[in-house]
Design a protein around this ligand. Sequence first.
Ligand code: ATP
Length: 305
Amino acid sequence: MTSIAVRAPAKINLFLAVDAPGADGYHNLTTVFLALSVFDTVTVSSVEAGAGLRLTVTGTDTAAVPVDSTNLAWRAAVLLAQRTGIDADASITIDKQIPVAAGLAGGSADAAATLVALDGLWGTALDRDQLGELAAELGSDVPFALHGGVAFGAGRGDRLSSVLTRGRTDWVLGIARTGLSTPTVYAELDRLRAQRHVPGAADPAGVLTALRQDDAELLGRGLANDLAVAALSLRPDLRRAVRAGAEAGALGQMISGSGPTVAYLARDPEHAITVAARLSAEGLFAGVRVASGPAPGPRLPRSAR
Ligand code: ATP
């Protein structure tokens, strides 16, 4: 096997409650993740022994993505090689379709897909738990990126448990013209909470029941994100984008993760197209995309298993 391509889905958080930071500065989370059908593709290929790592990024938004050892996919490759005691020789190409710095965890998706793809290419054959441990070292969103589908997340979002779900959910994503930095959004939340009482997301029961019962109306009412107040404080223009959801007939809307992407829930695929067309007409976004979830996490193609 000399070349392996693996798809890496974006994620949104249907529910995200953020605790006060601990002594280490990190925030504990209670979250419900959903992987969506917006994919980067990570292709890894063999190179001659001793050639090291090469990274190429194609697709959209490439200028915003580093192609050196700071790229999360590169870090994933180095970590896998170190832990399995092999030389990190590979060419990695990321076809970027997930908007960058958008609150959709594209970097984490690429890291998870790189672990899976290189584990296949290098024949290191780690099991899911071993890959999961490496994922957790790479970042709090990487374990879910490896898992895909839908999951409940605790701790930093890296302690996952399964969620019962029936059916698919349909979404419209409003992609902003410029991104938001995740650490800046967390710092803004801490700053706002130090100044005044900020009401928080209550509990994820509504979202979990809605997923179990395949009830889109209930899901729309349960969407909640503690980071939204901070993203809106940094980017007041997003208020209009959030309001536009109700006017466009969405069942619910929220800022995705640390933003600035706004995710709008639709009843079904046709309704998603109607909502997307109405939102496009507002001219508020760099792009409007329809997507569905849950999408499967990164998997080796059948020919490479
Ligand atoms: P987070 O995962 O921290 O919530 P996000 O989803 O908002 O972040 P990403 O698209 O993952 O945003 O990118 C955040 C930053 O990480 C980018 O600005 C970029 O500099 C850096 N980065 C490193 N590796 C990647 C990658 N493979 N794809 C995209 N960005 C990357």
